[in-house]
Design a protein around this ligand. Structure first.
Ligand code: ASP
Length: 598
């Protein structure tokens, strides 16, 4: 090598140094991940995206320079690959059988004192980690997640392109696409007092693309939703968004099953069994207390109502009399659960609005302890048979309004499974949940709102009677769920203007309002929009599952905090007086201005 290592290109990535290169001279560059300065010799673990290799500075210029190496500085090394001495081989590392003896070394860029210890980054406050996100991204786990993300995106693009889909970019500055969240808005400089919305999804545009004859569209679409703050929510997310003309529900299921199988195989080497099972919404709610059931394990919720009349237990009987329900869970062989543990479970369901958690223990042919003394023999015998009880099982009851009971027992089912290890590792329980209601009633106003969005086609048999009983109408609407996570949601769409107007009216808009908000869209439907349907799959959630990541923040390069802020670039931030003036905007201080929306 002539001159400094930095003046010449690298010969290998750090992670590619192996026994096959022993005796070769290599040029490497990377970050000093660990430095062990033993005086007469300094060991440096040199890291790049492809891995780490041990560099030994044992004499001459490299040893002299090594005394001033700082962690995370960028180094260039030229040296010779040699086998590690006996007993020093590290089997856990791909490069663990070799080391590189430095002949020349250079510091390409020294690193400032680090804000935290790189090896203990998991203990560092989230805000601080995000501020120095580039340091965290040097870690193999995070760059691995980005790689899986890349592979998944490429697989999806290739798969859909091969099936004649066109990737079309829809605009970012739009009117609005309601998906149930608040819009982020952008003021217009040219149109004084007017605002664009950032898309909550490309919904209206993808439908207009169908009206345009594009027939098959997809996009890895950025969606922006100003939602209420919640743990692990991101204001920006990415969807694999697609739409097809002249299709029914089964066509979408078949396409998406193949798409998911391709993405899982190519991004993570996982073979999925297709087709995915289908489950009606009512069954999902009744059996699992959730419209995104975790089907990796059984232990469903059982109905009890039909056994309650005359059962002898006032709490159950009065729950039914006041229009509620009684349901139960069977926890196999958990009768030995201590009082304390069962009380914890009771506190868990109380937090979800139940009055309590009645419990009994199964004997060979009936129940004892807990509320068993109140339950008549016929009830006991029938319930025992229904649940297929074994001696030693614990049975837990929820009684009260159906929605609360099902949700609480559904959550309790997952809680028990997590505590007791009922969930098999590395299993992928996909399912389609379908046959959803089209509308739900707002508890406060009594008005109807769309369960998914207002563009969903009702099932044919309800078309005539939509307005008679909106609560009974079922939709051509489907969710893709996996391991208890909703991975996607979609529907067959309304493609006729008259029907779309009826749905707008049903959700409480008069003609003036829907013309003002969606006139352009109604017009497009009226000019010959074909029947069509589609889905959006949450790319971030898919990657989170594929990587086994605990949070969405682990699979997004530059995520926001739960307060929708970016500690890295300190956004959001104020704009200058000049910008405000140009936009004709004025900031009016809030009465109690604390600078955020908490
Ligand atoms: N636009 C919908 C959403 O983002 C998805 C769809 O219906 O295709 O949830």
């Amino acid at each position: 090598m002539n001159g400094n290592p930095s003046t010449t290109t690298r010969t290998h990535p750090c992670g590619a140094i192996n026994t096959g290169l022993v005796g070769d001279t290599v040029r490497l560059a990377g970050w000093a991940a660990r430095i062990r300065d033993l005086g007469g010799v300094t060991f440096v673990d040199l890291r790049d995206r492809w891995g780490e290799v041990q560099v030994v500075c044992e004499d001459g210029q490299p040893l002299e320079l090594a005394h001033s190496f700082k962690l995370e500085s960028v180094l260039a090394i030229e040296g010779e690959v040699r086998p590690r001495p006996d007993g020093m081989v590290n089997q856990d590392k791909a490069t663990g059988a070799v080391e590189v003896v430095a002949r020349k070394a250079e510091i390409l860029n020294p690193c400032a004192p680090l804000p935290f210890q790189m090896d203990h980054i998991e203990n560092v406050d989230e805000e601080l980690r995000l501020r120095y996100r580039y340091l965290q991204l040097r870690h193999a786990e995070l760059s691995h997640n980005l790689k899986v993300r890349h592979l998944a995106a490429q697989a999806a693009r290739r798969f859909l392109s091969e099936r004649d889909f066109l990737e079309v970019e829809t605009p970012l500055l739009i009117k609005t696409t309601p998906e149930g969240a608040r819009d982020y808005v952008v003021p217009s400089r040219i149109h004084h007092g007017q605002f664009y919305a950032l898309p909550q999804s490309p919904q209206l545009y993808k439908q207009i693309l169908m009206a345009s004859g594009i027939d098959r569209y997809f996009q890895l679409a950025r969606c922006l939703r100003d939602e209420d703050l919640r743990k692990d929510r991101q204001p920006e997310h990415t969807q694999i968004d697609l739409e097809m003309s002249f299709v029914g529900e089964s066509d979408i299921y078949a396409l998406v099953e193949e798409l998911m199988a391709t993405v899982f195989a190519e991004a993570a080497g996982i073979n999925l069994a297709t087709p995915f099972p289908r489950m009606r919404y009512d069954d999902a709610m009744n059996q699992y207390g959730s419209d995104k059931p975790d089907l990796r394990f059984g232990h469903p919720i059982y109905p009890v109502d039909d056994l309650v009349p005359g059962c002898g237990f006032g709490v159950f009987e009065s729950a039914l009399e006041s229009g509620g329900t009684v349901r139960c869970l069977r926890a196999p062989q958990l009768a030995s659960y201590s009082r304390k543990k069962v009380d914890e479970l009771e506190a868990f369901v109380k937090k979800r609005g139940l009055a309590g958690l009645a419990r009994v223990k199964a004997t060979a042919d009936g129940f004892d302890t807990g509320v068993a003394k109140f339950l008549g023999p016929e009830f006991q015998q029938k319930l025992h048979a229904r649940l297929g009880c074994q001696e030693g099982d614990l049975v837990l009851f929820g009684a009260g309004p159906a929605k609360k009971v099902l949700q609480a027992l559904g959550d309790l089912r997952v809680e028990l499974a997590t505590r007791e290890g009922w969930i098999p590792e590395d299993s992928w329980a996909f399912a389609w949940v379908h046959d959803f209601p089209l509308f739900e009633q707002d508890e406060k106003t009594g008005g109807w709102t769309a369960c998914h969005h207002m563009f969903t086609q009702p099932q044919d048999r309800y078309l005539e009677s939509l307005e008679d009983d909106p609560g009974a109408v079922r939709a051509q609407l489907y969710d893709l769920v996996c391991n208890g996570v909703e991975l996607g949601s979609g529907s067959i769409r309304i493609h006729r203007r008259d029907l779309q107007e009826r749905v707008f009216s049903l959700v409480g808009m008069d003609a003036e309002e829907y013309e003002a908000k969606f006139g352009f869209f109604l017009e497009a439907l009226g000019f010959g929009a074909p029947p069509h349907g589609g889905i959006a799959l949450g790319l971030d959630r898919i990657i989170m599952l594929l990587c086994g990541a605990p949070s969405l923040r682990e699979v997004i390069a530059f995520p926001k905090t739960t307060l929708a802020a970016s500690p890295l670039d300190r956004s959001p931030g104020p704009i200058s007086e000049a910008q405000l003036e140009e936009l004709n905007l004025q900031i009016v201080p809030k009465a109690n201005d604390e600078g955020d929306d908490r």
